[in-house]
Design a binder for this molecule. Structure first.
Ligand SMILES: [Zn+2]
Length: 218
């Protein structure tokens, strides 16, 4: 397995390109279609699967273009999809443009995933972990043999995802991280949606949002 990080767009979203047995999975392409196509072309590769961790534009904007180009499915959390397609999301402060962009982004290629399911890719087997707090229902992917967690915007090195966007909740996010992520082996490498990688052990010991060192109003 080979892993490449390609930061894309204004928010420098970490797009991960994972190569496995001459196939590539592209996670969170953001709006980096041109850059990603260049990276893939240079190595004579194609996107065999596209994954979007959650419904924020800096992660999904170009997903449909990329999936269309390579005729691949887009893995996306089912609960997040249901919410973004709901009347509540349309009515609420969730930006109508985002909902529209999201529908276009999936472009009928959505392969909806639920907590506890697995996504297989070559010899890799990703366990889907879904919880809310940063968005309605964001997805992480855990690969046990590679000791690797694709964390989306749930957990960052020394921080956690922002919770001030619509349907965000600090309490839900911290509970989700504690219940579903901190139980993973300490030497698991965490690959977040923005910024540098870290490990479960390091975050358990020093992330102020998780150690209780930071008091904030939930
Ligand atoms: Zn996000």
């Amino acid at each position: 397995m080979k892993l490449q990080v390609v930061p894309v767009g204004a928010y420098q979203t970490n797009c991960y390109i994972i190569e496995e047995e001459s196939m590539c999975i592209v996670i969170d392409p953001g709006d980096g279609n041109n850059r990603i196509l260049k990276e893939l072309t240079e190595r004579g590769a194609r996107a065999d699967q596209v994954v979007v961790t959650h419904g924020h534009m800096d992660h999904f904007a170009d997903a449909a273009k990329l999936a269309e180009h390579f005729q691949t499915p887009i893995y996306f959390p089912k609960e997040e999809c249901a919410y973004l397609s709901s009347a509540e999301a349309r009515r609420g402060p969730y930006d109508e443009r985002v909902v529209h962009a999201f529908e276009t982004a999936l472009g009928g290629r959505g392969k909806l995933t639920e907590d506890g399911e697995t996504i297989r890719f070559g010899n890799l087997c990703f366990r889907v972990i879904v919880f809310g707090g940063h968005s309605k229902a964001g997805m992480c992917l855990y690969e046990e043999n590679q000791k690797m967690l694709i964390a989306g915007d749930q957990l960052f090195a020394g921080s956690i995802g922002r919770t001030d966007l619509y349907r965000g909740s600090g309490a839900d996010l911290i509970a989700g991280i504690r219940q579903k992520i901190l139980c993973l082996p300490e030497d698991t490498v965490v690959l977040p949606g923005h910024g540098p990688h870290t490990t479960i052990g390091k975050e358990k010991r020093s992330n102020p949002f998780l150690t209780g060192d930071l008091l904030w109003d939930l």
